[in-house]
Every structure is written in structure tokens, then in C-alpha cells.
Design a protein around this ligand. Structure first.
Ligand code: ADP
Length: 481
């Protein structure tokens, strides 16, 4: 079978622009697919924050939005064997943030910005006479593309036979906007129905995308089950209606980047055969987070967005108690909810040497935290896949996770009687459940060094490389063409 032509369209891609896991996926999955013999490219916005070298590829490009034509340019670079195209339209993409300003206020014109991205991706292919077999779109931002493919007269263009796959990385973000956008977005009032784009008299971009995509998937089997059984944020039925054209595929980890043996962000590389580098990373982590230099106490680390999804409120509500009843250290890096940012900063000030926090987005520190911690906290309310717990496994940092979504699919609960496990799992989304689990891990750390060592070793043996997942995507591409 010959290789397919696959065009990814996404609002972020690592290493060019990143706010979360979506960027990691778009930075890795296309590369794995190209290694399987497919011709893969990515189209994304040219945010002003992107520093990569690139060359002008196509200009001027006219993109019709409603009855207005937007003029833009397209730049190109090569990344790990795939072509990445950046749509330059400074009115939309020359801003401080990707989706919101410094005060976390969403940009009001987000539907226009990202509908434009979808349209521009199609226009680029048309102008260049390129015929993708698949447009692989991601989340609400690019969910309109499948609708454009199905609704517009593309006869005679290079994309007339292209199919679409929509990957949903998080059901909580659906792109819900006032209906006054219908005309500019070009979805047509005929599509403003409950079955397609309408939700509470507003446009739901993800919902319409689900309806029109040839295949929809989310990023773990358990999350796929959850979102069709009461946790789909109102879109359970829309997803269930896809029948066999909906599935869950677990994300992979890019072990060229997240791998303690070769991680370029940590100076002290290590492997499961020789862990000495990990203990040096622990010392460095304590140093950077202002924690006491002490190898005998366990560090519980956390990295992520401070949102209600991630369960940081649970950590916050037990932090003080944990400081008083144990000798553990906590190290947290993240940004988001201002109350949590303030509270964790206050804890760091109140418990110097025991509680450390960095309110920033910093890739290098995130890698060091994965390497230097003993345990990784991920008490999410829900978790479509979650990447940090997968990275933690590879770094021998045992994840403490709630029994949900991709966390459930990737972590094996500790069984201290039969001596196995790769982490610690709890069920209830309550402070007590998290606290008890942290205390359990703390006990194992101090009383069962043999089991700790075995769990670390087994965690580091876990293999969530992208190749297996890429093959599953390949399977769905073939199914729909
Ligand atoms: P989500 O996509 O919901 O944010 P994931 O666990 O799937 O969660 O992916 C989060 C990604 O973003 C990881 O690569 C993580 O290391 C990174 N990340 C999140 N917050 C920060 C931060 N403050 N500094 C550095 N990296 C971060």
C-alpha cells in the first residue's frame, strides 16, 4: 500500500508554539506517520512568538471569509522530515498569547482567527494544486474544516476528494461563540441547527466539526468511553451518533525529547540501569525550587495548567496539612488560576525549604522536575490522555493519579503485597482521597525501598512510543478513504 498524503491543521505544535499537550501531539504524531512512509505536513498560525527560521512559500494568498477576502502569506520550514507551513496574518496572530491575553481573557475574535486558519489551510492546498488524502484537524479551533469540505462546492479543486479526521484533545473546550459569527465563518445558516452547530442559540464549533468529520477520535480509550457516557460536556450524543467512526487512541510520548538517557535539558542523564544521575537531578531541583538539600525525603512534583480540570485545588487544600504531618517536599511549576498561583506562592513563603513553586511556563524546569522528583502529582478531575504521567514513568518518577481517562490507561496501581505497579491510583475527587494516597506513597517510600526500586524500574520499562498509536491512526485513515 502506498503512503498517504496527510495534512495536519492545528493551532499549536511543539517546538514552535505550545500551551499544552496538543502541541506535543502535533510535534510528534506527524513525524511518526512520516516514518511509516506517509507524506505528512502541518499547517499552523505564524504567531509572533515563533522564532524558527522559515522561508516565504506563498504570497499573496487570498482567503474568503464570509464576503470578505483576507490576504496573507505562507512561510515554510522543515522539521524532522515533515514540512511545516505557517500562515501569517498579523491582525490575527501577532499577539501576546495564543488564545488569551496576559489576564487570561480569551480573545473575542477567536472563532474568526481559527476559522481563518482552517480556510487558509484549504486555500493553500488549492492554490498549490495539492491533494491531501486526509486533513487531520485538532480540537474546536480547526473543527470547521470538515464542515467546509462537506458543504462547499470544491468540484474541480485539488481537495475535492479529501477526507477529514478530527482529534479531540479535550471535550471541555468546544469553541462556543455568538451566532453573529455565522456569516464570517461561512458555515451557512442552514447549518445552524441543534444537530449540527447550534447550542443554546450560539455556535458550537466542535459540535459541527463532530457532525461533519469523516472520523472523530479522542486521545485515550477510557476518555472515549467517559465522553460518550455522561462526561461529554453535552456532546455525548453527538459522539455516540458517530458509531464506529468514533474511537479512543492513546497518545504517545516523544522519547527523543522526554527520555532521561538523552534529555538535553538535564545535565545529569540517567537510565534504569544507572540511576545516579536522577539523584543529582533531585539535588538540582531542590536547589532551583529553594528546597532543603536532603536526599532522604521524597519530592512530590507537579507541572501543568492551573485549571479546575487538573485538581490543583485538591493539592492546595491538603498542602498545609501535608507540610505539618510529613517531611515531604513539594515542587510545583505552572500558571493559570490566579488564586492558585497566589496560594502556592504563599505556601512557598510560609514553608521555605519544604514547598517550592515557580509561576511560569518553562520547558527546561519542567524536564528537571520530571527527572528530580520521586512522585508526580496528577489528581485530575478528568484527563483526556495526559502526557506528564507518561513522561514521569520514563523518568522513574512514580505518578499519583486519579482513576480517570488516560491516567487510568497508562498507570498500574501499586500492589504492595504482590510487589508490582508503576504508580498510585485513587478514585474519589476529594482532598482526603488524594491525601491518603500521598501518605500511602510516602509510607512505601520509607518502608519499602525494594518495592520503590522495582516500581521505578518497571515504570521506566513502560513503552508509550508513538509508533503504535501512529499505526492506529493509519488504520482509521485507510478506513475512511
Ligand atoms: P494538557 O494538554 O491538558 O495541558 P498534558 O499533560 O497532556 O496536559 O500536557 C501538558 C504539556 O504541557 C506537558 O508537556 C507539560 O510538560 C507542559 N506544561 C504545562 N505547564 C507547563 C509549565 N508551566 N511549564 C512547562 N511546561 C508545561
Amino acid at each position: 500500500m502506498g503512503g498517504l498524503k496527510i495534512v495536519f491543521v492545528a493551532s499549536e505544535m511543539s517546538p514552535f508554539a505550545k500551551t499544552g499537550g496538543l502541541a506535543d501531539v502535533v510535534g510528534s504524531l506527524p513525524v511518526s506517520l512520516s516514518q511509516l512512509g506517509h507524506q505528512v505536513s502541518v499547517i499552523m498560525p505564524k504567531y509572533s512568538s515563533i522564532k524558527a527560521n522559515m522561508e516565504l512559500f506563498h504570497s499573496p494568498m487570498g482567503v474568503w471569509m464570509g464576503n470578505k477576502q483576507e490576504w496573507c502569506g505562507v512561510y515554510k520550514t522543515e522539521y524532522n522530515g515533515i514540512s511545516v507551513y505557517f500562515i501569517e496574518h498579523n491582525i490575527f496572530f501577532d499577539r501576546d498569547g495564543l488564545y488569551h491575553d496576559r489576564n487570561m481573557n480569551d480573545y473575542e475574535d477567536n472563532p474568526k482567527r481559527f476559522a481563518f486558519l482552517s480556510r487558509a489551510a484549504m486555500q493553500l492546498c488549492i492554490d498549490k494544486g495539492y491533494s491531501p488524502d486526509i486533513f487531520h484537524v485538532n480540537d474546536w479551533q480547526t473543527a470547521l474544516l470538515p464542515a467546509y469540505l462537506k458543504n462547499w462546492n470544491l468540484q474541480g479543486t485539488s481537495i475535492q476528494n479529501s477526507k477529514s479526521v478530527l482529534t479531540i484533545h479535550n471535550m471541555a473546550y468546544q469553541g462556543n461563540y455568538p451566532k453573529s459569527n455565522v456569516e464570517y465563518l461561512g458555515i451557512g445558516w442552514g447549518n445552524f441547527t441543534y444537530e449540527k452547530f447550534e447550542e443554546n442559540d450560539r455556535i458550537n464549533m466542535l459540535k459541527g466539526g463532530i457532525f461533519y468529520s469523516d472520523f472523530v477520535n479522542t486521545v485515550s480509550p477510557t476518555y472515549a468511553y467517559e465522553v460518550t457516557n455522561g462526561n461529554g460536556y453535552g456532546l455525548d450524543t453527538a459522539l455516540r451518533n458517530k458509531g464506529e467512526y468514533f474511537s479512543g487512541i492513546i497518545n504517545g510520548a516523544d522519547y527523543n525529547i522526554w527520555n532521561p538517557e538523552i534529555d538535553k535539558y538535564i545535565r545529569d542523564n540517567y537510565s534504569k540501569e544507572d540511576m545516579s544521575g536522577k539523584w543529582r537531578c533531585k539535588g538540582k531541583l531542590q536547589d532551583i525550587f529553594g528546597l532543603e538539600s536532603n536526599y532522604t525525603v521524597p519530592i512530590f512534583g507537579a507541572v501543568g495548567r492551573f485549571t479546575s480540570q487538573k485538581g490543583y485545588n485538591l493539592i492546595a487544600s491538603i498542602a498545609e496539612r501535608l507540610m505539618n504531618e510529613t517531611s515531604i517536599q513539594i515542587a510545583i511549576i505552572g500558571t493559570g488560576d490566579k488564586d492558585l498561583e497566589g496560594f502556592f506562592s504563599y505556601m512557598a513563603q510560609k514553608y521555605p525549604g519544604r514547598f517550592g513553586c515557580r509561576i511560569e511556563f518553562n520547558e527546561k524546569t519542567a524536564h528537571l522536575l520530571e527527572a528530580g522528583s520521586d512522585f508526580f502529582l496528577m489528581p485530575s478531575l478528568f484527563e483526556p490522555c495526559g502526557l506528564n504521567q507518561i513522561y514521569s514513568l520514563k523518568y522513574g518518577t512514580l505518578p499519583i493519579v486519579r482513576n480517570t481517562g488516560g491516567l487510568r490507561d497508562t498507570v498500574i496501581n501499586c500492589n504492595e503485597f504482590e510487589n508490582y505497579g508503576t504508580g498510585f491510583i485513587f478514585n474519589d475527587f476529594t482532598p482526603d482521597a488524594l491525601r491518603n494516597t500521598i501518605l500511602w506513597a510516602y509510607k512505601i517510600y520509607h518502608t519499602r525501598p525494594d518495592l520503590m526500586a522495582k516500581m521505578r524500574y518497571d515504570a521506566m520499562c513502560q513503552d508509550f512510543s508513538w509508533l503504535r498509536s501512529a499505526k492506529e491512526y493509519e488504520h482509521i485513515y485507510r478506513k475512511i478513504i
